[in-house]
Design a protein. Sequence first.
Length: 111
Amino acid sequence: MTAFKKLKTIRMFEKQHLPHLRTHEDFDIVIEVGFHQENGTPLTLKGLVLLNISSPATVQRRICSLVQNGIITRTRCASDRRSIELGVSTQTSELIERYVQMLTDLHLAAT
């Protein structure tokens, strides 16, 4: 499979299954939130802003959009009810798993 054919396959998957992840910031936010969620250390908005993905205003705006689209979830922290933890929804986690599997399959097909 040629490089451009692989890229076209990847983009088709993104457009079909991940239409709400419009920007690089959206992808970065989902990756960081999911990574920390998997490691058992959920991120707060402040923790996400401190990762310097983008300006604080942009991160906050993108989080609101991702929450409205059901991609990111907000839950109150069990240990500190004032704090809100971010998570990746179950449906989005499953889509990301499929996305990673597709990328892995494309990579293995090339070798």
